[in-house]
Design a protein around this ligand. Structure first.
Ligand code: KG4
Ligand code: ZN
Length: 385
């Protein structure tokens, strides 16, 4: 089954098509086209994502991102017209999204209908004003192309991203999700059957990276910038390490919860105590921060594996684009003898291929959904599926 998916939960506007197959016990998917437009440049001046700005940018950029994804998605060359009643309905669905109805109607009229069997759209978690843009666009396309539609869960997408292009692992699996808004450990008993084992009590790991980046004078989003500084420090041990030691919050708490805000504050104090931030100190601080994060993640994942005896360890979310964290979690998997599944490059940070896969899982579980019943659900959890 070919699935075309739309993702607008945060600051990436993404559309992708995937070929999905297999039953719920052993799903597989292969990415056909994966178009992503990042709004990072628009939000940078504000030091983080501004929901109203994200909403406007999604509406502006979605048609071009859709057109790009469709270039890699097969069609049967069939041109569909849009009758007056359909056009009126599309305009009503998208009445609150500036210019989007015009642009999508023009695209549908000018582009052959894609050869897909299902549309999927992220319904949460995420920023609700941003989510509504994707939901409206997906409803409009479902109507114009006469295709079934499902609402997909963004975090389930981050979990299934790791099985892209390969066979699904034997379950149960322990899943670590580390993104800008989430940090949690989940038990994957089946695809759609999740239990939360632990989660952050305050900041998410990606959020901590972004805040540390700000302290170090680096631009948003800070994850990749802090990672670069930390890597530079590790690559040159001869340069030495400034004498700075940060806490490993909750590493010995005995449970599977996390706390990152104290670590971020410790970075702030270390920087303040040091005074003028020279490059050598910034590199040392970034490396110590990243190692503190890695120590805590590795310890908690180790405890989860011991407690749950899973067949696999799955890691997902934008933070796992980080090479050092990938390597450290690889060590945990090797030491405990469980198979490690990481998202391939391009599928760690937000994308719509993972949403197509999550939409396929949703379709296997409940079938198509009535488009008008889809609602943005900013705070939904993996246990709500
Ligand atoms: O999953 P994602 O793209 O969006 C959310 O759903 O939140 O994750 C974005 C987060 C940001 O906080 C970003 O700084 C972080 O992932 N990130 C990284 C790296 N690349 C992105 N953090 C650490 N190292 C990286 N290489
Ligand atoms: Zn995400």
């Amino acid at each position: 089954m070919r699935v075309l998916a739309i993702e607008t939960s945060c600051d990436e506007t993404a559309v992708a098509a995937c070929d999905c197959s297999g039953e719920l016990a052993a799903p597989t998917f292969a990415v056909l086209g994966n178009a992503v437009h990042s709004q990072v440049a628009e939000h940078r001046a504000f030091g983080g994502v501004v929901p109203s700005l994200a909403k406007r940018e999604h509406a502006k950029n979605l048609p071009a991102v859709l057109a790009e994804a469709l270039r890699n998605c097969p069609s049967r060359g069939e041109q569909v017209g849009v009758d007056a009643a359909t056009e009126a309905a599309v305009r009503e669905i998208l009445a609150r999204e500036d210019g989007l109805a015009d642009a999508l109607l023009a695209l549908v009229r000018a582009t052959p209908k894609p050869d897909v069997d299902l549309l999927a759209v992220t319904v949460g978690p995420g920023l609700e004003p941003a989510l509504w843009v994707g939901i409206g666009a997906a409803r409009a396309l479902a109507l114009a192309w006469n295709l079934p539609l499902v609402g997909a869960d963004h975090m389930e997408g981050h979990v299934v991203a790791a099985i892209s292009g390969r066979a699904a692992p034997a379950l149960p699996a322990v899943a670590l999700l580390v993104s800008g808004g989430h940090t949690e450990l989940a038990l994957v008993r089946g695809w759609g059957d999740y239990a939360v084992l632990g989660e952050t009590r305050d900041d998410a790991v990606g959020e901590a990276y972004d805040k540390v980046a700000r302290v170090l004078g680096l631009p948003y989003p800070g994850g990749p910038e802090v990672a670069k500084l930390a890597a530079a420090s590790r690559a040159n041990p001869a340069a030495g390490r400034a004498d700075v030691k940060l806490p490993r919050p909750m590493i010995g708490s005995g449970d599977l919860d996390f706390s990152l805000s104290g670590l971020k504050t410790a970075v702030l104090y270390a920087a303040r105590d040091h005074g003028e931030l020279d490059d050598a100190f910034r590199r040392s601080l970034a490396a110590e921060f990243e190692e503190a994060v890695a120590d805590v993640l590795a310890a908690k994942v180790g405890i989860a594996i011991e407690a749950e005896a899973p067949r696999a360890l799955i890691v997902g979310g934008g933070v796992i684009a980080n090479g050092y964290l990938r390597a450290r979690l690889g060590q945990v998997a090797a030491a405990t003898g469980v198979e490690l599944l990481l998202p391939p490059p391009g599928l760690a940070t937000d994308n719509a291929a993972m949403v197509a896969a999550a939409g396929y899982l949703r379709f296997l579980r409940v079938g198509a959904e009535a488009p008008e019943t889809l609602r943005a659900s900013g705070g939904r959890r993996l246990t709500d599926l």
